[in-house]
Write a protein that binds this ligand. Structure first.
Ligand SMILES: NC(=O)c1ccc[n+]([C@@H]2O[C@H](COP(=O)([O-])OP(=O)(O)OC[C@H]3O[C@@H](n4cnc5c(N)ncnc54)[C@H](OP(=O)(O)O)[C@@H]3O)[C@@H](O)[C@H]2O)c1
Length: 223
C-alpha cells in the first residue's frame, strides 16, 4: 500500500471499469468507498464484493459521501456525464488527487478518435475543477474485463498530470495492482492515451481480441 493513500473513492464504482478497480484495489489492501448516484446502488455493489471476499474493506455510498470519506478520488463515469458528476462532488475534491479514467468516446463511432475542445477529457476536468484539485489521467487503455478477473494483466498504464508528485502517487496505485505505470508527461499528453482507446477498440474489432492493451518497451539505463 502507498504511504499516503489509504482510502480510495470510486465515483461510478458500480460500473464496469470502476467495479474492476474497486475489486483490485480492495484486494490489494486499500479501503474502498464505492460511489453511485444512488446510495442503494452503491451499497449493493459493495455488498457484492464483500460477499465474494468477506475480508475486504469496501463500503457503498452516494458519490458525495464517497468523495468526502476518501484520501483520493477516481472518476469512472461515461464522458457525457463527466462534468455533471464532478459538479456534484466538487467541494469534496478540494486539495485531493482525482484520477480521471474518462475516454471521450462519442457513440456510435467509438472506434474513431474524437477529442473534446479542451484537448482531452482530463484537461477538460482540470480546467473545470481549478488548481485546488490535481487531476491525473490513467487507465484509459486497460479493458474493464481484465480488472474483473484474477489473472496478471498484460497492459501498461500511461499516467499524465501536471504535478509530478501526484503522478507518482497514481503510479504507486497502478503498481499496487501489479501493472506497470509510466510517467507520461503533463496532462496535455492525456490526449494520446484517450485517443489510443479508439485505436484499441478498432484493433479489438478487426482482430477479434477481447481487450487489447499497450506495453511500453525499453529498459532504464543505469550508470
Ligand atoms: N469499460 C472499459 O473497458 C473502460 C476502459 C478504460 C476507460 N473507461 C472509461 O471509464 C469510464 C466508465 O466506463 P464504464 O464502462 O465503467 O461505464 P459504465 O459501466 O457504463 O458506467 C459507469 C457508471 O457511471 C454511472 N453513470 C451512468 N450514467 C450516468 C449519468 N447519467 N450521470 C452520472 N453517472 C452515470 C453509473 O453509476 P451509478 O448509476 O451507480 O451512478 C455507472 O455504473 C468511461 O469514461 C470510460 O470511457 C472504460
Amino acid at each position: 500500500m502507498t504511504d499516503k493513500i489509504r482510502s480510495i473513492a470510486i465515483l461510478g464504482g458500480t460500473g464496469d471499469l470502476g467495479g474492476g478497480l474497486a475489486r483490485q484495489w480492495s484486494r490489494a489492501g486499500f479501503q474502498i468507498h464505492i460511489g453511485s448516484r444512488t446510495l442503494d446502488k452503491g451499497l449493493a455493489a459493495a455488498n457484492k464484493l464483500v460477499t465474494e471476499f468477506p475480508d475486504l474493506n469496501v463500503t457503498g455510498h452516494d458519490n458525495v459521501s464517497a468523495a468526502q470519506l476518501a484520501d483520493l478520488v477516481v472518476l469512472t463515469v461515461p464522458f457525457a456525464h463527466q462534468l455533471s458528476t464532478l459538479d456534484s462532488v466538487s467541494q469534496a475534491l478540494d486539495g485531493k488527487v482525482l484520477i480521471d479514467v474518462t475516454v471521450p468516446l462519442v457513440p456510435p463511432k467509438v472506434g474513431t478518435v474524437q477529442l473534446p475542445e479542451a484537448g482531452s477529457a482530463a484537461e477538460q476536468a482540470q480546467q473545470h475543477l481549478g488548481d485546488n484539485v490535481s487531476v491525473v489521467s490513467a487507465f484509459q487503455n486497460v479493458g474493464a474485463m481484465h480488472l474483473q478477473e484474477d489473472h496478471a494483466i498484460a497492459c501498461d498504464v500511461l499516467v499524465t498530470g501536471n504535478k509530478r508528485a501526484a503522478r507518482q502517487t497514481v503510479i504507486d496505485l497502478v503498481q499496487a495492482l501489479g501493472l506497470k505505470g509510466w510517467h507520461a508527461g503533463p496532462l496535455a499528453n492525456a490526449a494520446a492515451a484517450e485517443a489510443m482507446t479508439s485505436v484499441l477498440i478498432s484493433i479489438n474489432r478487426h482482430h477479434k481480441i477481447d481487450g487489447a492493451g499497450i506495453v511500453i518497451t525499453g529498459e532504464p539505463v543505469t550508470t
